[in-house]
Design a protein around this ligand. Structure first.
Ligand code: PHE
Length: 344
């Protein structure tokens, strides 16, 4: 009898190890532990034994039963585990599943152009300086030699904030902040957002971008300004593009000028884009006013400098043939998608 049981357990062991799925487990379990199983039959036959032999034999049957149960249990959890691993492997490589589409973004044309401008000036040895969008009267006007009654200070032009700050109307604020913090020689550009109380139209936006340039050293002259401008125009728009400056006025430069480049659309012949003048306005410029130097503690007898401010929208519009500045701020995906490939 003992031997018969051992044989039964051995048989069960091999049947269990051959199980491949939960169904096989169930069948083997029924076969060895179920009502009609051999083990169950042996329990029933306990009665046939003399009473004193029953406990020992009962124990032997129970041990076999426990052994088989344990084997079934461990095989069953092995199968479960394998099923999960298999399921994960299958789902990771199921090529018939629909793909997960994730669209790659692109840069806004203003960002593309700004980075291009950065690169041109970095290649000329300029550094990039930054200043806050929310600034104060001192940095936006006073230190820039702007008289108290200057029209640009008007509420109609400048956004003032409760509590005294303002949204900078020009990146020239960064000229002041740089000269306050660093001694000459200085050679920086500062790209950034500016704000003016303008109604949006094809060439105006209440939010727009400028790149300020400032060079301060001994012996800087107007020739350095015009040369820097012409180099910039040639690298940005092509070597056949020329530049010029025209007299103008800014409170913080003396002399002051406006900068033009020859029309990139018609080459200077005259067309709709340059309003038949052959020239395109790029921004303001000039030699740093001695009063500005005094405001930041730089000796105007020792140092001279030039500064200019370029409009980034203007450059982007010319480069990409964008007819209306408002298009740059509407973020219409049909427009933005056209710049997806132009990663920079
Ligand atoms: N800040 C001037 C403007 O916004 C441009 C400028 C910059 C002029 C630097 C002179 C020097 O119009």
């Amino acid at each position: 009898m003992q031997e018969q049981l051992s044989e039964l357990v051995r048989q069960a062991e091999s049947d269990i190890s051959a199980c491949q799925n939960p169904n096989d487990i169930m069948n083997v379990k029924a076969q060895y532990l179920g009502k009609k199983s051999l083990l169950n039959g042996l329990f029933a036959r306990l009665r046939e034994l003399p009473p004193e032999e029953r406990p020992a034999f009962g124990n032997v049957i129970n041990e076999s039963r426990t052994k088989i149960e344990a084997l079934l249990e461990s095989k069953s959890s092995l199968i479960k585990e394998a099923t999960w691993i298999n399921r994960e492997a299958v789902s990771a490589t199921d090529l018939s599943m629909p793909g997960v589409y994730s669209s790659r973004g692109g840069f806004h044309p203003l960002t593309i152009v700004r980075r291009e401008i950065d690169e041109v000036f970095l290649s000329m040895g300029f550094e990039i300086a930054e200043g806050p969008d929310i600034d104060d009267d001192f940095h936006n006007f006073d230190a820039l030699n702007t008289p108290a009654d200057h029209p640009s200070r008007n509420l109609a032009d400048t956004f003032y904030l409760e509590g005294g700050g303002l949204l900078r109307t020009q990146t020239s604020t960064v000229q002041i902040r740089t000269m306050e913090s660093f001694p000459p020689p200085i050679r920086i550009i500062s790209p950034g957002r500016c704000y003016r109380n303008d109604k949006p139209d094809p060439s105006h936006s209440p939010v727009f971008h400028q790149v300020e340039a400032l060079v301060v050293d001994k012996g800087i002259s107007l020739a350095d300004l015009t040369d820097t401008l012409s180099q910039f125009a040639a690298i940005m728009f092509g070597s056949n593009v020329s530049s010029r400056i025209r007299p103008h006025f800014f409170p913080f430069t003396e002399p002051s000028a406006e900068m033009d480049i020859s029309c990139v659309a018609c080459g200077g012949e005259g067309c709709r884009i340059c309003k038949y003048s052959g020239w395109l306005e790029m921004g303001g410029a000039g030699m740093v006013d001695p009063n500005v130097f005094k405001m930041v503690g730089i000796d105007p007898e020792v140092y001279t400098g030039f500064a200019f401010g370029l409009g980034i929208e203007r450059i982007a519009m010319l480069k990409y043939n964008i007819p209306d500045m408002r298009i740059l701020f509407e973020n219409d995906l049909r427009m933005l998608r056209q710049f997806k490939g132009e990663l920079r």
